[in-house]
Unconditional design. Sequence first.
Length: 647
Amino acid sequence: MRAAALRVQPAALPAAVHRHRPLDRRDPDPELHKGSDPAGRRGGARSRLAGTSAIATVVDNFDTQLSQTGAILRAALKKERRNWILPEPLRAQPGLEAFSPVFRQILHGRGVVRQSQLDPWLQTDLERAPDPFLLKDMAIACELIAQVIAAGERIAVYGDYDADGVTACVTLARGLRAVGADVITYIPNRFTEGYGLNLDALNELHARGARLVITCDCGTNSVEAAAGRPRGMRLIVTDHHEVGAQRPAVDALINPKQPDCAYPFDGLAACGVAYKLLVALEQRAFPGRLDPSASLDAVALGTVADVVPLRAENRAIVRAGLRRLSDAPSPGCAALLAVAGIRAPVTAEHLAFQLGPRINAAGRMEDAMLALELLMAESRESADPLAQRLHEQNAQRQQLTAEIVREAKTQVAELDNGAAVIVMGHDRWPLGVLGLAASRLVEEFYRPTFIFNTDGEEWRGSARSIEGFHLVECLAQCAPMLHRFGGHAMAAGLTVLKSRFAELKDCLEQYTVARLNGDAFSRPITIEATAAFADLKPSLHHELQLLAPFGVGNREPLLLSKEVEVVRTETFGSDRRHLRVQLRDRTASAEAIAFDKATAAAYLPSGRRVDVVYALQCERWDGLDRIRLHLRDLRPAVQPALVLAGV
């Protein structure tokens, strides 16, 4: 079947809008879609310097040898300019003199100019977390749960099929069983039931004896299902999705995003909300009988995998969860770490790029109950084969995603219409990997992207966004054309009838053109400090780790070193896909690596001088700390013109 013809007539956009802009990538198959990154821009002003992306940058007039390789370069390079956002000069920072100048530059860019402003970054103890009873309806939920447990009635924990929904379900089920509750679990099937509460599932749970249903990662906008649930069934919603105009008829709604909620942080993932419910239950109903920290390994995994901002309480949750994953993981998490080949210390990057995708693979490929069963396992003997199945499903997921992306990129090339949004679909594209494919297209073309399965009369799709473009707000404006939709600023799901699809395309394009200007389609690189290679010591890396874990909302600091000389380059890895570069400046030498950029070696001969942007890594080797640069961008130390696709 031919792919759906989804040509959107381009509006009159600035020329910059029509250029493709690849995203920096640290892993060849990331699950994360990159979101907005407000952290670090609240502080001092930054200057913009026109730069270029990414790992082998070359210029038309850089070397006469380049003019002789035009065909090769055109195949390997993309014409694209980027903005390097440079830090402003460092000013006085009372009380911070003990830190290195490079670290103080980073702090200054994040608005930290005195010791008191640094303290919140350093205080990541969950004991200092906000009172869970500031969450609206928390007291009502605790009282109802305690009553149901005391009466010996059954509780159903109703999750969702992504990593956040699965880990939230695991967290609540573990905790409630620890205090003697009769608990059953349920996760809807992505393909046959779709997202959220549905009446058939509620009727089934009622028939199985559930008198109380507690949702995880869904339910906030399930107005019809809540109203039509079986008589006598009590319902508590724990969620973190955006709140619609109508509140569902439930006994308690615990969602930090709802109106009149006094909780000071609305960025919790659903698993974080579930964790707060356990904290509240331990304080109010089951003191000394419940250990909420026992599930922090799962909560950290769900928090990172759901791409919520890693700041405030989320940082504390993830730091504590990483310690548990490194020191005493649950059998299911231990099996998952083993199959992924991860050894302690476990990092947030491991969760984002290796564990999270494996948990998500279950719901994308077959049934998320497999992931739930793994994380609920009580022994490695039962967990290991489940982890292996997830590992295999993840490999299948990677292959399917790659196939869709190849086909979609072909469609984009054929259309070549310069539209502000990418809207396309195919009747063979599996629902379970549409979101991943959309993320890849955003990485490649840096446009809001909507991908659909076009089988039948009702087309289901996934959307991914770029910085500064709120998907739910966009879809709300196009609601008359939609059958249903929901999600977050950066990721959403939607369903449209085939007969309304053309209208939806026009609406999406018009809304995007009205909201975004040409600069919005140019992905910036925020550089937080300049450094000489002599500054790159293990002590600096230790200072940077005070700001970890890094992710959306708390980006990993990028450093700039200028006028460095290429000493030598080599490729490495089993298929020689990766690049290692030995560099030196006037003060010292440094080793740099870039994944999947082996082809750049030909354009980095010895003696070439470049400016490099990188993240700082530190590895323990033979008892010594070894500093290495993870290249994110570079350009010749002259005005650039051509660049290789992003790292």
